[in-house]
Design a protein around this ligand. Structure first.
Ligand code: MG
Length: 451
């Protein structure tokens, strides 16, 4: 078994959407058929379509329109906007659903479709399954020539999102502090909205990579290795904080005033600490998110519920259980006052509010958080049978805390191990976490020995 950086040419289809490399697996025919299938699923409703900035989107947007029109839908084209802006527009327009054309955090050669329900959340897995069944049919029923509806254009997605977010924070308090904020949008979908948000909160916005042309100056995932330029600019400008989004801006990561690049899970930790300090309540995240979140919740006599990996599981649980905050360790923060979706723009507003109220620099707020070390790797797992592995692990760890909600999570005294088969690739993911790097590595070695 060898460690792999898999770059597959096949189409990756799962209940959460479809993605692939442009021109290889992801071609207009596939996109049009998926869109037609989604049109059938929503039963000829009004569908809102939005996109990030990537250059392949001009090709795919017309394929999406064609597919939707062919199954009798009316289309509202909201153009380039973050995925959370699109999700809010689906709600506002009381549409039957939405399609986001976005490769999200993936490099420029990738693209994908994300399917949105009428309540602005992504398809629940059972609906995703139904969509795949429709897609798998040789012929999807199409409407006749005289039943084809219209494509309308609507350019209010960003303004609607801005207003929604601005109404959830005390603007005055933030304005008084006149923060200097650097924003790296990676020339993606947040290039316009996030600098505007920062300015409307009375702060100075320094735009970095805010040309919405889809030419990514660095890989669009807001992980530490991609934020060096942001760190430099924060330091050279003497800014109070720096933020970076992925290409569709459902995620955000933070750089401190000292130029320290915080790993992307800090966004959720900071947001959670601030929200719980004002209002105790339930926190929801997935099984692979840091234990630091439980420690923070514990400080405020609150608890954390864990879901399967995948943002829809977190959104759904938050909505059903009325959580006060939640999200994922990848920079995805969900703030229920705005909606039950990961929202990098809403997260910026909340974190600026925290900064204004705490009256401490962001480096200090981050430094006070509990810290763990994580090892994340993936292994090729083509012939393996995960259920056999489960049985073995049960034997091996008799008496320890085992959770089989999503793969297996083994919680030990020194930390935890999460082993999970990927839903889209022939790999298994192994994540371990402990108080020290050495212990996390040891747990990883232990996990490897088990497989
Ligand atoms: Mg994203």
């Amino acid at each position: 078994m060898k460690i792999t950086e898999s770059r597959m040419s096949s189409l990756m289809v799962s209940v959460s959407g479809v993605r692939g490399i442009v021109g290889e697996a992801l071609i207009p025919e596939v996109v049009a058929k998926f869109s037609a299938a989604f049109g059938r699923l929503t039963q000829e409703g009004m569908i809102v379509v939005g996109l990030d900035t990537r250059t392949s989107n001009q090709m795919f947007r017309y394929a999406v329109f064609s597919g939707l029109l062919s199954s009798g839908c009316e289309v509202v084209d909201v153009g380039v906007c973050p995925t959370p802006s699109l999700q809010l527009m689906v709600e506002k327009l009381e549409a039957g659903g939405g399609i986001a054309i976005t490769g999200s955090h993936n490099p420029a050669e990738w693209n994908a479709l994300k399917f949105i329900r009428s309540d602005g959340l992504f398809l629940y897995p059972e609906q995703g399954k139904r969509l795949l069944q429709i897609y798998a049919k040789e012929r999807i029923p199409r409407v006749k020539w005289d039943e084809i509806r219209q494509v309308h254009h609507d350019n209010l997605a960003i303004e609607n999102h801005l207003n929604k977010v601005l109404n959830t924070v005390p603007r005055r308090k933030i304005k008084d502090r006149r923060f200097k904020v650097v924003l790296d949008a990676c020339n993606g979908a947040a290039s316009l909205i996030s600098p505007q948000l920062i300015r409307r909160l009375g702060c100075e916005a320094i735009e970095l990579n805010c040309r919405p042309n889809g030419i990514f100056p660095h890989p669009p995932e807001p992980t530490p290795s991609n934020l060096k330029q942001l760190s430099e600019v924060v330091k050279s400008e003497g800014a109070d904080i720096g933020f970076a989004h992925d290409a569709d801006a459902d995620r955000v990561a933070v750089v401190t005033e000292k130029g320290e690049i915080l790993s992307e899970d800090y966004s959720l930790l900071l947001a959670t600490k601030f929200v719980l300090s004002k209002r105790k309540g339930l926190v929801v995240t997935n099984l692979s998110t840091t234990q630091a979140l439980d420690d923070i919740a514990g400080e405020f006599s609150s608890s954390v519920q864990r879901t399967k990996v995948g943002d829809i599981h977190v959104s759904r649980q938050m909505k059903e259980k009325k959580a006060v905050i939640g999200g994922e360790g990848n920079g995805g923060v969900i703030i229920p006052e705005v909606h039950y979706a990961r929202d990098g723009i809403a997260a910026i507003a909340l974190l600026l509010e925290y900064l204004a109220e705490a009256n401490e620099p962001i480096s200090k707020l981050a430094g006070e958080l509990p810290r763990y070390y994580m090892v994340k790797k993936k292994l090729e797992f083509t012939k393996g049978d995960f259920s056999l592995l489960k049985v073995r692990l049960k034997e091996e760890f008799k008496g320890e805390k085992l959770d089989f909600l999503d793969g297996v999570k083994i919680t030990l005294k020194e930390g935890w191990i999460h082993i999970r088969p990927s839903g889209t690739e022939p790999v298994i993911r192994i994540i371990t976490e402990a108080k020290t790097r050495k212990e996390a590595e040891n747990l990883y070695q232990l996990a490897l020995g088990l497989i």
